[in-house]
Design a protein around this ligand. Sequence first.
Ligand SMILES: Cc1ncc(COP(=O)(O)O)c(C=O)c1O
Length: 398
Amino acid sequence: MKSLSKRMPRLGTENAFSVVGKAKKFEAEVLAPLGKNLIYLQIGEPGFDTPKNINDAAIKAINDNQTHYTQTAGIPVLRNAIATSTSKYTGVDYKGEDVVVTPGAKPIMFYMINALIDEGDEVIIPNPAYPIYGSVTEYLGGKVVPIQLKEENDFNFKIEELESKITDKTKLIIVNSPQNPTGGVYGRELINQIAEVAIKHDLWVLSDEIYNEMVHEGEHYSIASIPGMAERTVILNGCSKTYAMTGYRVGWGLTKNKEMCAALEQLACNDVSCVNAIAQYAALEAVSGPQEEVQKMLTEYKARRDLLVKLVNEVPGMKCHSPKGAFYLMVNVREILNKLNITADVLCDRIMKEANVLILPGTVFGVYGDDFVRFSYVSTREMIEEGMTRISKFISTI
Ligand SMILES: Cc1ncc(COP(=O)(O)O)c(C=O)c1O
């Protein structure tokens, strides 16, 4: 058999998915026969049902026979609605023609990096970070240049660190705020400084704003809103997190750069033709319909965050700041790792097997995640309490 392409081994993955696969197997084969279960405190998706008005719009779309191909970049009403809602929070005058709708937001990473990066080009990526930015960059022959997000800076970085990484090969900077996995939100000053650097060195920016609504303190400030940036930025966003619609798979990219917008559309045409029509009508209701359900979810996430932060900091050897955004908590466990002389991967495996709680090692998100484990606070308060009782008991025995 002839081998797979040389590119293929360079493609990484989202280990969070494989960890869950292993955990489900462990739960079914080992715990269930003993009448035990796992508590899932690692989940990266909303812990709520999709609001009813959105599901009703999907059902209506089926009954209206909206079951055919659509335009590759999305149905015009949805593209217009996305442009309007993004203009509101950025102040940029986006039009429907600046939007490309994709199956989930993730393809925008693949398309933008694909459209930009040649062999040897450099992409500056925060670390720890969502793993797909780096995976796709390396797959396409680009070079990942990590920039460390430090706990003591509230998982922001100093602009001098960014400047020191720029070479004549640098083409793209990834900005993700609020951030997965740290929950960090970049301050206005840092965003302004990144924009200044991007303009000075003629760089592109991929601004992953999938958690833009999930800011519990402070504000979300889009880099695209700075004069001169909307033309060199692709905003990535979508319905998955804000509207609890991960399974619908609707996301989008927005840019004022016409050449980039056409490239995103062309890549989408080659890849998926268009997004499921029914899901697009559901997304239209999500973006342009009532927003009260979103506010209710946000209020509850904040209460869950406060509870989890309190319980985590009561466990000897676990320390975390209260994150300002998204629904994740990066917890420093260095003291425990040193005491047991193990890695965060091994600690998470032991917590799964001995405490029956699933959390993720920080290393899943990059080398600078090695002092940490990541919790999410999408589960109910009861689950958070039960999970932390189990972890606390386990830690007291080691
Ligand atoms: C930072 C970040 N960007 C993008 C995505 C992908 O979103 P979607 O499910 O819409 O593809 C995720 C999902 O976890 C994420 O955490």
